[in-house]
Design a binder for this molecule. Structure first.
Ligand SMILES: Nc1ncnc2c1ncn2[C@@H]1O[C@H](COP(=O)(O)OP(=O)(O)OP(=O)(O)O)[C@@H](O)[C@H]1O
Ligand SMILES: [Mg+2]
Length: 402
């Protein structure tokens, strides 16, 4: 007969154990037994039962204490516990239910009653698991939808802006180069005129000096090339930003290509510059001659933006973000570490959950890491986090090369 489920019965009374296990086995359940709380914890650790029938009065460790241990453990807190006890006063019943027990059966028990209650709670448990699974699937689907929606609308906007900026900035770039060339010639001409007057009209040198002074010609000849140089640097920088924006905007529907990961990281840093400059030092250690990997560069940029953005948010004042990229066997390893506020252990298991955030309304949606996780998964890579409160957080990412 197919097992109806695994039940762990804990009771120090041999007779109770025998009656309950015989009855439940005859109903098709797989039954394991324990004679005290310690045995329960050991047994649960070896193989997780679907439900536990737990006596309160037991030697070594009583039912309440056992329940407390189970509820404190993330892996076991969801196992339904039915207390069975000779304690009939309301106080014990309330305590048992408050501690997380799902039901309370008083001794001497009716075998039929135990049977029905076990059956009902097992059904409830299975339905709950089903619902949790469905909810998880819906959340994951929602994450994907939000991600593609976010990327799509942002992509269109960013592509538009990049296009609009590109034309004028090209004018500036071309113009400034020609301006510098023209100015160099002009400067030569002016110097020649001055030299000619010195040689041929020395009696008018005073007048020449006066004119030069009136128009601050020497000063201007010095300042103009500096200004032109600054404008050129600005234009080059704007072109880089536009390039970054374009790379980012193409990320939705982009084909898989071979690319250097550091380009995605650099684009992310460029786009976030405003929120960290003058406040946070970025220490980069990129291995020389990194191999390129097969990837979606725009989506990786998005993943790095999310991770670095979080690191920036985690540093309240001044601090450091270290970014290390290394070639390792089969792929590339990337670590992003900050010396910010860090996270307590209980938070770590939830950070990839969609909509999980500790930030104020409007500051964070709780989607950054869920999306990042999705992107790394799409690349068949892995992401791991270690964190310590008030010390900082480190994300280790692995991306395979093909
Ligand atoms: N580097 C970090 N240091 C400290 N806490 C972090 C760090 N990265 C993530 N967290 C924690 O994980 C939570 C979830 O991060 P996630 O990026 O998914 O969402 P968010 O930053 O809150 O919002 P969103 O990214 O959607 O704007 C954050 O609210 C924060 O509590
Ligand atoms: Mg975030």
């Amino acid at each position: 007969m197919k097992s109806q489920g695994t039940i762990l019965i804990a009771d120090d009374n041999e007779n109770n154990l025998r009656v309950l296990s015989t009855m439940l086995r005859s109903e098709g359940y797989e039954v394991r037994i324990a004679k005290n709380g310690e045995q329960v914890l050991k047994s649960v650790g070896l193989d997780k039962p679907e439900i536990i029938l737990l006596d309160i009065h037991m030697p070594v460790m009583d039912g309440f204490e056992t329940c407390k241990h189970l509820k404190a453990d993330l892996n076991f807190r969801d196992i339904p516990i039915i207390f069975i006890s000779a304690l009939t006063e309301t106080g014990s019943k309330v305590k048992a239910l408050e501690m997380g027990g799902v039901d309370y059966i008083t001794k001497p028990f009716q075998v039929e009653e135990v049977k029905v209650r076990v059956h009902t709670h097992l059904l409830l448990r299975r339905k709950t698991l089903e619902l949790e699974l469905t909810l998880n699937n819906i959340k994951q689907l929602q994450t994907k939808l939000i991600q593609s929606e976010k990327m799509a609308s942002l992509g269109v906007l960013v592509a538009g802006i990049a296009h609009e900026i590109n034309n004028p900035v090209n004018f500036v770039y071309a113009g400034i180069n020609s301006l510098i060339k023209n100015f160099t010639q002009l400067e030569k001409g002016v110097q020649e005129v001055i030299e000619w007057i010195r040689q041929n009209k020395p009696e008018r040198l005073d007048e020449l000096e006066q004119i030069k002074e009136n128009y601050a010609i020497d000063k201007r000849l010095e300042v103009i090339p500096q200004l032109a140089g600054d404008i050129k640097t600005g234009a080059i920088r704007t072109t880089e930003i536009v390039k970054g924006l374009r790379l980012f905007s193409r990320s939705e529907n982009e084909p898989k290509t071979r690319a250097n990961i550091t380009e995605s990281i650099e684009t992310a840093l460029l786009l976030l510059k405003n929120s960290y400059k003058n406040r946070i030092q970025i220490e980069k250690r990129y291995q020389q001659n990194l191999k390129s990997i097969s990837c979606y560069p725009g989506q990786l940029t998005q993943a790095f933006i999310n991770l670095i953005h979080n690191a920036i948010d985690a540093i309240p004042d001044h601090g450091t973000i270290q970014i290390e990229v290394t070639d390792i066997e089969g792929g590339i390893s990337i670590t992003i570490a900050d010396n910010g506020i860090g996270m307590p252990a209980e938070l770590l298991s939830r950070i990839y959950d969609p909509f999980f955030t500790t930030k104020a309304v409007g500051d964070g949606m709780g989607m950054g890491l869920a999306i990042t996780h999705g992107i790394i998964e799409k690349h068949l890579g892995s992401i791991q986090v270690t964190s310590e409160v008030n010390k900082g957080t480190k994300f280790d990412i692995f991306l395979p090369s093909n």
